[in-house]
Design a binder for this molecule. Structure first.
Ligand SMILES: *Cc1c(COP(=O)(O)O)cnc(C)c1O
Ligand SMILES: [Zn+2]
Length: 505
């Protein structure tokens, strides 16, 4: 839609201007720092940072209804920079001029409603929000679009013409970072650090395909993270891990989209998501808080974080009900099919502690819960979801397993509707499906396939065939008709097909 065709009272707000003021806030010493420098941790006390927008209400007052109209109308403008997460520009990074925004097709991911079988299984109505339908096939693109747009702007403004971006990854961060960096190839080159053997072949192929330097080191993600942090302290690099608060800003768009897609009525929703490094749950909580404070939503949804019993430090922390007695203790992770969430010492834990308390205070009751699930449940749920029209990854399976667990524990009330985060596309984690179907899980995973859920290809090659078709080798007419006839016969037997000559009863 053309700008002149929007209602006159809304027209001036459709294409936003960079009139925000932002700063970093340290979660340790509470000091503020300017965004003119790329900061990942507090320069004074080394704690993690969050970004704050100082003048949100100044930009448009606090008329929630007007914000709703702006976002709903903005959906219709054909402006590249506003097609993705930056539809919610004022709430994400209202300091970046639109011409610096990198849009590769991220955001606006679909909500897919559970079919009747899945509703019966859980006893609830629910949706998967398919964040696997982002350009690098995981939600990480939401944060990367924001972080790279900011770096793009920051570098040009400061006349810096070469930046090396770097990140540690359980697979999806590096795929996303490498993709976005490659779009800005004249400015950025990228390197990614992966734990050797701990990412899927698909995830490894992604940064390679985007032209990044891919470095594998021994250990698990937590070890990679330590190396990257040491690197970024000593050398000039742009760190793209979720310590980078611009990523959190971008990932808040997940919550904004849920609000918009349910016409800003989310009080009866239960948002379920896996927790790894805890950047995503921080962003999701913080997104709902901002919309609530701006009057865009009137009620806060219930939020359920899910962890596997093989990597559950956040679950353990919240087991203690008394906030004064809680103590965070990192865990040593064990092998997990939810590999992207296999993290024992989440970088964003201090952020989680902060936003969870704020959320519950705003809601006036406990609205955030963390549940723990078994590896077996995660795998079974991934397979079952996908046999019912979905494309969820193992972490999406974890969301479904967590939803079922939460219902069983009485955390979800009657009539509440689930919104389950499928954080990546199933194809990225297809090796786990293969292990399930082939019953090939190493014992430490503790996963046994359920017989009725197994599936594998059947090769049909009738014994009667003397020769089979092959590339470059044409069968003679008679051989070919035997091939077709006998293969058809065997398939019909296998599928128990009824000949057309039979009467239909
Ligand atoms: C990164 C990732 C997670 C975990 O998100 P955090 O922000 O680290 O908690 C879950 N699922 C997938 C597919 C991921 O890539
Ligand atoms: Zn500090």
């Amino acid at each position: 839609m053309k700008l002149k065709d929007f209602p006159s009272d809304i027209r001036e707000f459709i294409i936003p201007k960079p009139q925000g003021r932002m700063h970093y806030r340290c979660l340790g010493c509470r000091k503020e720092f300017s965004i003119n420098e790329l900061l990942y941790i507090c320069p004074e006390c080394s704690s993690v940072l969050m970004l704050e927008i100082e003048n949100l209400s100044e930009i448009l007052g606090s008329d929630g209804r007007q914000w709703q109209r702006i976002f709903d109308f903005r959906k219709m403008i054909n402006h590249q920079a506003l097609k993705g997460i930056f539809r919610f520009y004022e709430f994400i990074a209202p300091v970046i001029p639109l011409e610096y925004i990198v849009y590769l097709g991220e955001g606006s991911t679909p909500l897919v409603r559970a079919n009747s079988h899945l509703k019966e299984l859980t006893g609830r109505d629910f949706y998967f929000k398919n964040d696997g339908q982002n350009p690098s096939a995981s939600f990480k693109d939401r944060g990367m679009a924001c972080a790279l747009s900011f770096i793009n702007y920051w570098a040009r403004k400061n006349n810096i013409n070469r930046v090396l971006s770097i990140c540690a990854s359980t697979g999806d961060t590096s795929a996303s970072a490498a993709l976005y960096a490659s779009y800005l190839e004249e400015l950025l080159s990228s390197a990614v650090l992966l734990p050797h053997g701990k990412v899927t072949p698909q995830q490894l192929s992604q940064p390679l395909g985007s032209g990044a330097r891919v470095i594998e080191i021994p250990g698990v993600f937590d070890d990679c993270m330590k190396v990257v942090e040491a690197l970024s302290e000593k050398y000039h690099v742009a760190l793209l891990n979720s310590k980078n608060s611009w990523r959190i800003q971008g990932q808040e768009s997940f919550s904004y989209e849920i609000c918009q897609d349910f016409d800003y009525s989310v009080g009866d929703k239960v948002v379920v998501l896996p927790i790894g490094n805890a950047g995503n749950i921080t962003a999701v909580i913080s997104g709902f808080i901002k919309f609530f404070r701006a009057g865009i939503i009137r009620e806060l949804p219930r939020i359920i974080g899910v962890q596997s019993e093989h990597a559950d430090p956040v679950y353990r922390y919240y087991l203690e009900d008394d906030p004064d007695k809680r103590k965070f203790i990192p865990v040593n992770v064990k092998s997990s099919v939810a590999q992207a969430a296999m993290i024992g010492n989440p970088v964003s834990m201090p952020r989680v502690m902060e936003v969870v308390d704020e959320y519950n205070n705003l809601a006036g009751e406990k609205r955030i819960f963390v549940v723990q699930v078994k590896e077996q449940e995660i795998m079974d749920c991934m397979i079952i979801a996908n046999r019912n029209g979905n494309i969820v990854c193992t972490q999406g399976g974890e969301s479904l397993a967590g939803f079922i667990r939460a219902i069983r524990e009485g955390i979800v009330e009657e009539g509440e509707i689930g919104v389950l985060d499928s954080t990546a596309h199933m194809l990225k984690f297809i090796t786990f499906q293969e292990m399930y179907f082939e019953d090939q899980f190493p014992p430490e995973f503790e996963v046994r396939p359920r017989e009725e859920l197994k599936n594998r290809p059947v090769l049909i090659r009738p014994e009667t065939l003397r020769v089979c078709p092959e590339p470059g080798k044409v069968l003679d007419k008679e051989e070919f008709s035997i091939f077709v006839k006998d293969t058809v016969k065997q398939i019909a037997e296998l599928l128990d097909l009824r000949p057309k000559t039979d009467k239909i009863t």
